[in-house]
Design a binder for this molecule. Structure first.
Ligand SMILES: Nc1ncnc2c1ncn2[C@@H]1O[C@H](COP(=O)(O)OP(=O)(O)O)[C@@H](O)[C@H]1O
Ligand SMILES: [Mg+2]
Length: 370
C-alpha cells in the first residue's frame, strides 16, 4: 500500500509476466471462463471471452441482465478467480499479481462503495490514504476531484444525504482518487436521470482525454453507442459482436429511407419499384401507405429518390431516415431484442430514441425526420 500514485498516462507493460500482453493494450483477456453452482445447476456465467482493450479507450460491455458483465468485471478487478483463461490488466496478470493490478486500477461497482455515514471528503481522504497518498497529496487530490466532479458544496455532508447522481459522482471520484491507469465501472448510470447521465458521460470523456482507460458495463444501447469507442456485445457469457458502434451497425444493418407519397394504395407497388431502380436500392411497401428503401449510401439515395418523385410529380407527405441501432446487431445475432431482455432499467426513455417514427421498418433503430 506504500507505492506512489501511478500517473494516468498509459505506461508500457513491464515485467516478464506481462510479456504476452501487447504493450499498448490496457486489458488482454483470453479464453476466460467462470461457472457457478447454484441449486444443483451449473451456470456458465463467463463462457470463453477473448478481448483486448487498447490504452486510452472507453470500452463497453453491452448485454442484458445475466449476460456475465459483472462476473467479467469482478475477474478483471481481481475480486473473483476465473476457472480458466488469462487476463492481463494494466501490465500485470490478475491471477499471479493481483496486488499489482489492484494498485493500478479503480473499480466502481454497481452498488458503489462509499461509506454512507461518512462525508464525501472523509470517503475520498480515506481512499487516498489506503492507496498510499500522503495526507497532503490526498488533500490536493480531493480538492482536484471536487472541482472535476462538481462536488464542492457536498463534500462536508454525509453521503446518505446525497441524491443518486451526486453519490454516483462521488463514487467515480473514489474510483480514481489514486489515479488508476484503468477504471472499471459496473453499470455506472443505472438509475440516473438523463441530466445526471449526460453529466457523468461528460466526465468519463474527460477522464479518457486525460489518459485513463475506461472499461464499463451497461445494458443501455445509447450509452454503448454514444459513449464507448468500442463495444463488446455479450450474451450468455460470450462476446457475440465486437467493434466500434458504427462498424457494428454498418456490418449488421443498413440505413432505411421511408417515404409516404401522396398516391393511391394501388399505385404504391409500382412506385416502390421505380424508386428502387432510381436509388439502386431494395424497396418494399410498408404500413401506413409508406415505401421503405434499404440503402447503402443515404445521401445519394435520397437525392435519387426525390429526383424520381419530382419527375413523376408525386407529392411527399412524410420522409424519414432510419439509422441502424446496436439493438439491430443484438437482434441479428440472438433473435431477441436487447430492449426486451435488458431488465427493468432497459426501459430508460433515452434508449427508445425516436424509433417509433412513421413507417419505420423492423431494422430501423433511430429515426431522423428530414
Ligand atoms: N455468486 C453467484 N452464484 C451463482 N450464480 C451467479 C453468481 N454470480 C452470478 N451468477 C449468475 O451468473 C450469470 C451472470 O451474472 P452477472 O455476471 O451478474 O451478469 P450481468 O452483470 O451481465 O447481469 C447470471 O446467470 C447470474 O445469475
Ligand atoms: Mg451486472
Amino acid at each position: 500500500m506504500s507505492s506512489p500514485p501511478i500517473p494516468p498516462s498509459p505506461a508500457p507493460a513491464a515485467g516478464s509476466a506481462s510479456a504476452s500482453a501487447s504493450a499498448s493494450a490496457a486489458v488482454t483477456v483470453s479464453g476466460l471462463r467462470k461457472s457457478f453452482r447454484a441449486a444443483g445447476q451449473t451456470i456458465a456465467a463467463v463462457n470463453g471471452i477473448d478481448l483486448t482493450i487498447a490504452a486510452g479507450e472507453i470500452f463497453g460491455l453491452l448485454g442484458p441482465n445475466g449476460a456475465g458483465k459483472t462476473t467479467t468485471l469482478r475477474i478483471l478487478t481481481t475480486l473473483l478467480p476465473a476457472d480458466s483463461g488469462s487476463a492481463f490488466v494494466a501490465g500485470a496478470d490478475v491471477l499471479a499479481e493481483p496486488a499489482v493490478v489492484r494498485r493500478r486500477i479503480g473499480y466502481v461497482s454497481q452498488l458503489g462503495g462509499a461509506d454512507k455515514s461518512a462525508t464525501g471528503r472523509e470517503n475520498l481522504l480515506l481512499s487516498g490514504r489506503l492507496y498510499g497518498l500522503s495526507a497532503a497529496d490526498a488533500d490536493r487530490r480531493c480538492a482536484e476531484l471536487a472541482e472535476v466532479f462538481d462536488l464542492g458544496q457536498l463534500l462536508t455532508r454525509p453521503v446518505r444525504t446525497y441524491s443518486g447522481g451526486q453519490r454516483r459522482r462521488l463514487e467515480v471520484a473514489l474510483g480514481i482518487m489514486h489515479r488508476p491507469r484503468v477504471l472499471f465501472l459496473d453499470e455506472p448510470t443505472t438509475g440516473l436521470d438523463p441530466q445526471n447521465r449526460a453529466n457523468l458521460w461528460d466526465q468519463l470523456g474527460r477522464l479518457r482525454a486525460a489518459g485513463t482507460t475506461i472499461c464499463l458495463s451497461t445494458h443501455y444501447l445509447d450509452e454503448a453507442d454514444q459513449l464507448c469507442d468500442r463495444v463488446a456485445i455479450v450474451d450468455h457469457g460470450q462476446v457475440i459482436a465486437l467493434g466500434t458502434p458504427d462498424e457494428l451497425k454498418r456490418r449488421y444493418s443498413a440505413d432505411t429511407i421511408t417515404i409516404t407519397p401522396e398516391v393511391a394504395a394501388a399505385g404504391l407497388p409500382g412506385l416502390a419499384r421505380e424508386l428502387a431502380d432510381a436509388a439502386s436500392a431494395e424497396a418494399s411497401v410498408t404500413g401506413g401507405g409508406a415505401i421503405t428503401l434499404t440503402v447503402a449510401d443515404t445521401t445519394p439515395a435520397l437525392a435519387a429518390v426525390f429526383s424520381a418523385l419530382a419527375t413523376r410529380r408525386v407529392n411527399v407527405l412524410a420522409t424519414a431516415v432510419g439509422r441502424p441501432s446496436l439493438d439491430d446487431v443484438f437482434l441479428r445475432e440472438t433473435g431477441r431484442s436487447l430492449r426486451d431482455t435488458g431488465g427493468p432499467g432497459s426501459s430508460h426513455p433515452a434508449d427508445r430514441g425516436a424509433g417509433a417514427g412513421a413507417g419505420a421498418g423492423a431494422g430501423a433503430g433511430r429515426e431522423v425526420a428530414v
